[in-house]
Design a protein around this ligand. Structure first.
Ligand code: ADP
Ligand code: MG
Length: 409
């Protein structure tokens, strides 16, 4: 049974807003100004000052005082124990403000800076929803396989000992294995839009029996051309269902989807600035001929101990990775021309510090939570400012300090 909604609408000052309709939200949800693209597709940011920002030193960051503690949330005691085991002491702002509404059954649009705990803001209350009613089916959609797998790993951590199971339905892996997993007992499916739609089409995911859908990094899915898949999935849900959107950025296109598909969504924005205040951002002016040498010089500095480098194209990223490797650096690459196993392997080696440099396309820009990345380097410019926000958001996570450098030709 679906719980009756008890939708609270409160406007709580600067840090959160709750509105009936998304239209007319004003500046809070306005899209960061996009870069202009030239005919060659090369982005031309007219204002590089957007890439320069001093991080706010930790001692100057006004600590957030959560209204709730994990102990106060009206959630299952075993779940609380698992939260404590992960080492979380206090809810982050988005968790503090979103969890009560998710527990109430409301539709939510949650906007918070990169690395501020959006995953647990939906995983914790949704696990509680399942504990209260084991017949609940929940589907979580993410733009990339790596992010879907990471969300699943988070879920498994919080679901320890609760006998709640999930199926990961991502592309690039054998579909028959997933089909057989879907015949077993599960409450959560976590997947990428294309593969999930494929499984729905083949009759293996009965979306009409799902009570909740989460779209993580939803705006990225639109950029990747998944708009029709998203519309299809949202339309296939039963009438009375809960929808949650989470991201650090929200484009106008996604606002249209929100207006069409969400029922009186509660919008919670705890984002103060476009980028996380923990990231020190600067630009490096460099001529093309010496770009690689300069990158090399930086990478051998001791403080560049774990570096994620972004390039624009799959070929360019592969070439750069080979060149750095040829210079004796420990480097791996991740992009769409690599198969699933190679991508997972590269990520694993980087996470474990076996290699300390990962060169990537924007496939690694969204959502990935890799501990202790010291630097993000934009070797080539991102296409849009939103992409910039997400790329640099791979560092400075969970309140830790990070640095971002953007090469300007
Ligand atoms: P986002 O989705 O906002 O980019 P994540 O959900 O990936 O952020 O979380 C970023 C990091 O912060 C993760 O390593 C996560 O384990 C950690 N984290 C999340 N919530 C808390 C909390 N309440 N206390 C401590 N660490 C947290
Ligand atoms: Mg996230």
């Amino acid at each position: 049974m679906f719980r009756k909604r008890n939708v609270q609408r409160k406007s709580s000052g600067n840090s959160s807003s709750a509105n009936k309709n998304f239209r007319g939200q004003g500046k809070r949800f306005s899209k960061p100004s996009r870069s202009r693209k030239s005919r060659s597709g090369q982005s031309q940011f007219s204002d590089v000052s957007k890439f320069i920002n001093k991080a706010v030193p930790e001692k100057n960051v006004k600590p957030y005082t959560p209204k709730n503690s994990f102990a106060d949330f009206l959630i299952d005691e075993n779940l609380k124990r698992n939260i404590l085991k992960t080492g979380y002491k206090h809810p982050t702002p988005i968790q503090d403000q979103a969890i009560p509404h998710v527990l109430n059954g409301s539709d939510i649009v949650g906007i918070a800076n990169t690395g501020t705990g959006k995953t647990a803001a939906f995983i914790i209350p949704l696990l509680d929803k399942v504990i209260r009613n084991r017949k609940q089916n929940i589907i979580i959609i993410a733009p990339t396989r790596e992010l879907a797998i990471q969300i699943n790993q988070e879920l498994v951590k919080f679901a320890f000992g609760l006998k709640i199971f999930s199926v990961c339905a991502v592309g690039g892996m054998p579909i028959f294995r997933q089909i057989s997993d879907l015949r077993r007992n599960y409450n959560f499916i976590i997947g990428t839009p294309g593969r999930v739609k494929d499984l729905v089409d083949r009759g293996h995911i009965p979306l009409e029996q799902f009570q909740t859908i989460v779209l993580d990094e939803s705006d990225r899915m639109l950029d990747m051309g998944f708009i029709n898949d998203m519309r299809f999935l949202m339309s296939a849900m039963p009438e009375n269902h809960q929808t949650l959107f989470f991201s650090a950025t929200l484009s106008d296109d996604i606002k249209n989807i929100i207006n069409n598909f969400l029922t009186d969504p509660i919008s919670i924005s705890v984002r103060v600035n476009d980028t996380a205040s923990s990231i020190d951002q600067d630009v490096v002016y460099v001529k093309n001929e010496v770009k690689l040498d300069l990158l090399h010089d930086l990478l051998i500095q001791p403080e560049f101990n774990k570096v994620l480098i972004f390039g624009k194209t799959k070929l360019g990223v592969e070439k750069l990775s080979e060149r750095l490797s040829g210079r004796g650096l420990k480097v791996k690459s991740i992009h769409g021309n690599k198969n699933h196993t190679q991508r997972q392997h590269a990520l694993k080696l980087f996470k474990e510090n076996t290699v300390n440099i990962l060169v990537a396309t924007d496939v690694a820009a969204r959502g990935l939570d890799i501990p202790n990345i010291s630097h993000v380097i934009n070797y080539e410019l991102p296409s849009t400012y939103e992409d910039y926000i997400h790329r640099i958001g791979r560092t400075g996570r969970g309140g830790k300090a990070g640095k971002a450098l953007t090469f300007i030709g």
